[in-house]
Design a binder for this molecule. Structure first.
Ligand code: ADP
Ligand code: MG
Length: 302
């Protein structure tokens, strides 16, 4: 097969590992920078050009779209879909998972555990009522556009929560107000899902005094054995997004696992390091299984 990895940087650990796994398994593999693709559309003929040359003969793509290039990146994924090229994750599912609010709405519809969360806009008169709806302070305030822990704030008192919410409304920023899950203890669990299976899981612990467990914020990771309920919830969350490859983040709460978010281009370095599992190989294996069966449109719940 000829596989293309859509990635801005061939030197990134995840990109290198996917290329390596594809080559090891006897495939051709190229890295394509999605921002350097142009899309030409005319009746019956969707085409893609890369650095001026037409791309043809690609059997499958592995999108590794960073959050800063979601719009353009998913347009390129969609163009490949129009050309009937199989994508490990569909453009729709990537877009869906990138939006924290849209994701929570879908989880809520499917009765998947989530922290109680409220969304409102700047015309809101009673900010105190918003805070009460999620159980009062301490509460978490999250910018919708945030990633890697940036834009996630813990408001410990009513006064602080109100002034942050007022400030964000003043800026017309979009944000969520969320119940703080104290018993998670500054840790979360990342379940790496490939094709309806959890192929690796790790617990990430925030550094001392930090409630955010993001590795980018100084957190550390170690392998963990997840419970049946955690596995079930992680798989349901990935399926509700329509993602075949996903990094599902959940909090361990006193009422069971609660989903925080589902990442459509989850990093491989942390999870392969912690679990010693060849996750890149699992992704390529999944593409092979799809190729053998003939590509069919995935059934999605969302
Ligand atoms: P980002 O997209 O920036 O990673 P997250 O929603 O995943 O944003 O939040 C970052 C981290 O903050 C999480 O991994 C978790 O450790 C912590 N966190 C987020 N929301 C909550 C919450 N409601 N209760 C407790 N901890 C939380
Ligand atoms: Mg996160």
């Amino acid at each position: 097969m000829k596989i293309a990895v859509l990635s801005r940087n061939p030197e990134l650990y995840s990109t290198k590992r996917i290329v390596e796994a594809a080559l090891q398994r006897g495939h051709e593999c190229v890295v394509i920078d999605h921002l350097k693709c142009t899309m030409l559309n005319e009746p019956g003929k969707p085409r893609i050009f890369y650095k001026g040359e037409e791309i043809t003969g690609i059997d499958a793509i592995v999108p590794r779209i960073g959050s800063s290039a979601t719009f353009y990146g998913t347009a390129v994924v969609r163009q490949f879909e129009m050309m009937k090229t199989f994508s490990v994750n569909s453009s729709v599912s990537i877009n869906r998972s990138r939006d924290k609010l849209r994701s929570l709405q879908i989880f809520s519809r499917h009765d998947i555990g989530i922290p109680k969360t409220v969304f409102a806009n700047h015309t809101t008169k009673n900010i105190g009522a918003l805070i009460d709806q999620v159980g009062g302070v301490p509460c978490v305030i999250k910018l919708l556009q945030g990633t890697q822990g940036i834009g996630v704030v813990l408001a410990e008192t009513d006064k602080v929560a109100k002034s942050i919410i007022e400030a964000f409304f003043g800026l017309e920023a979009s944000f969520l107000v969320q119940e703080f899950i104290k018993e998670a203890g500054g840790a979360d669990i990342r379940c790496f899902v490939v094709n309806g299976r959890v192929v690796g899981a790790m617990k990430r612990q925030g550094k001392e005094g930090e409630f955010r467990s993001n590795l980018h914020r100084g957190g550390s990771a170690k392998v963990i054995k997840i419970t049946r309920d955690e596995r079930r919830t992680a798989l349901l969350a990935a399926r509700s997004m329509g993602l075949n490859v996903a990094g599902v983040d959940l909090l361990q709460s006193s009422r069971g696992p609660l989903i925080l978010e589902v990442n459509s281009s989850p990093g491989l370095e942390g999870i392969e390091g912690a679990t010693q599992v060849d996750i890149a190989g699992k992704i390529i294996e999944f593409i092979e299984s799809k190729h053998k069966g003939g590509y069919k449109k995935d059934k999605i719940l969302g």
